[in-house]
Design a protein around this ligand. Structure first.
Ligand SMILES: Nc1ncnc2c1ncn2[C@@H]1O[C@H](COP(=O)(O)O)[C@@H](OP(=O)(O)O)[C@H]1O
Ligand SMILES: [Mg+2]
Ligand SMILES: [Mg+2]
Ligand SMILES: [Mg+2]
Length: 421
């Protein structure tokens, strides 16, 4: 729970929802959101001085793709924030897997596809993305399509006023661009238009996640985290409903970018190209370390992560937050460890990890499955079974976590994962 003085300021900021968000959405030109109005917060740890020229220097490999990805993620992030302002409980449907999907998931996917096609008009778009428009094409979903299209066109009018507004049919076709099978040959964009949809509807954390696969390897990643503070987060920032305060606070809203061999960087999600170099902090001892895990208990076994933490000597409680915002926060040193232990029958999707993994790697973290294997993105839209889950951490803490995990498995018995499909 937040301390009393903080609760007061949170209450005040909630009062602003409805007017303040509109100000941010309508009055602040792109690039100014990070400026001014900074309050005192604990600094992001392990952040080096800004490094010029940053990840999109014209001579850098993947520079054009990086700028394209940042533009696409920012455009989608504007839509997400606009929808979250309006989101009322119950304004989402349940897909077959019973995960909530909002109009923002669809709208963000359409905008990213539109943006990539605009930047690369002569290259066929191969996009491995979470959503599809099959249900939206049912006649009873006409009103939903209309709402998505309105939000898509509002974001376009803001960022690309010269663009012709899209029709509902065009929006549906853009969403359906995301059906690529991916794989280890050629280039494929990998998109989770909203990772952490439950966090999005719960006014917690979420992320727009875009990665680029080249010959089966993630070579570029961008995370847009409109609700993630630009300062180091604490438990207070993870409480249910806390993210709603972001709309009137210019220190909220982070972007993370990385390209292979070029380092990881952060900045404002509504600013320019992020240029602040970040590193995960490998000097933290277990006694000082924090670990992060899913907010949703059903996504990860919190009992196992607590047992590992106890074994390693971690005393601080975990930070529980949704989405790949965790990968961004780990990359800049807010915590030292991320653990994810889903049900053994759950098959992970590549869009839930692609962008975050390259950012983590470029920040100096180690990320493996629970058996210590690297994550292989070359095998299609899903991973084959990851052995027991995912562990990401600073190098020294990763080694300690893996040793603790092996000890616990030796005592309790190895988890019996189904054979690879
Ligand atoms: N039963 C389950 N176990 C593990 N992960 C699950 C799950 N059900 C859904 N997920 C995935 O967990 C993601 C959110 O991750 P996190 O737990 O880190 O917030 C979801 O992304 P979406 O919100 O994009 O659907 C979804 O892909
Ligand atoms: Mg989903
Ligand atoms: Mg996801
Ligand atoms: Mg998603």
């Amino acid at each position: 729970m937040a301390a009393a003085p903080r609760l007061q300021s949170v209450t005040l900021r909630f009062c602003g929802v409805g007017s303040a968000p509109q100000q941010r959405l309508q009055q602040q030109p792109r690039g100014q959101a990070a400026c001014g109005q900074r309050r005192q917060h604990s600094a992001v740890t392990a952040v080096a001085a800004p490094v010029a020229p940053g990840p999109a220097a014209p001579t850098s490999p993947y520079a054009v793709e990086m700028q394209a990805a940042v533009d696409a993620v920012r455009l989608a992030s504007w839509l997400c924030e606009a929808v979250q302002v309006e989101l009322k409980s119950g304004q989402w449907t349940d897909k077959e897997d019973s995960s909530p999907v909002t109009i923002a998931d669809y709208g963000a996917q359409a905008l990213v596809a539109w943006s990539l096609k605009r930047t690369f008009p002569n290259v066929p778009l191969s996009l491995v993305a979470e959503e599809d428009a099959i249900e939206l094409r049912e006649p009873e979903n006409l009103a939903t399509v209309s709402a998505i299209t309105q939000h898509v066109n509002a974001a376009l009018a803001r960022e690309h006023p010269q663009a012709t507004p899209l029709t509902g049919a065009e929006v549906l076709d853009l969403i359906d661009c995301g059906d690529s099978a991916g794989g280890g040959v050629g280039r494929h964009w990998v998109l989770d238009p909203i990772d952490g949809t439950r966090g999005f509807v719960g006014m917690r954390q979420y992320a727009v996640c875009l990665g680029l696969l080249d010959a089966g390897e993630v070579v570029l990643g961008v995370l847009g985290c409109p609700n993630l503070p630009q300062y180091a987060i604490s438990e207070d920032d993870c409480d249910e409903g806390q993210a709603g305060r972001s709309f009137s606070d210019e220190t909220i809203g982070s972007m993370f970018v990385a390209a292979k061999g070029q380092g990881a960087y952060t900045g404002s999600v509504f600013g320019g190209m992020p240029t602040q170099r970040i590193f995960c902090n490998d000097t933290v001892s277990p006694a000082e370390a924090r670990y992060m895990e899913s907010f949703e208990k059903r996504h990860s076994n919190h009992t196992l992560s607590q047992a590992i933490a106890d074994e390693v000597g971690i005393v601080l409680p975990s930070l529980k937050l949704d989405s790949q915002a965790k990968y961004g926060a780990l990359s800049r040193g807010d915590a030292g460890i991320f653990m994810r232990f889903p049900d053994l029958v759950y098959r992970e999707k590549i869009w839930d990890h692609a962008a975050g993994v390259i950012i983590l790697q470029e920040a100096g973290a180690v990320i493996t499955d629970a058996a210590g294997n690297p994550l292989d993105f070359s095998l299609g839209r899903h991973f084959p079974w990851l052995h027991g889950g995912i562990v990401a951490a600073t190098p020294s803490l990763h080694a300690k976590i893996m040793a603790a995990l092996r000890k616990i498995y030796a005592e309790q018995g190895e988890p019996q994962q189904p054979a690879a499909p």
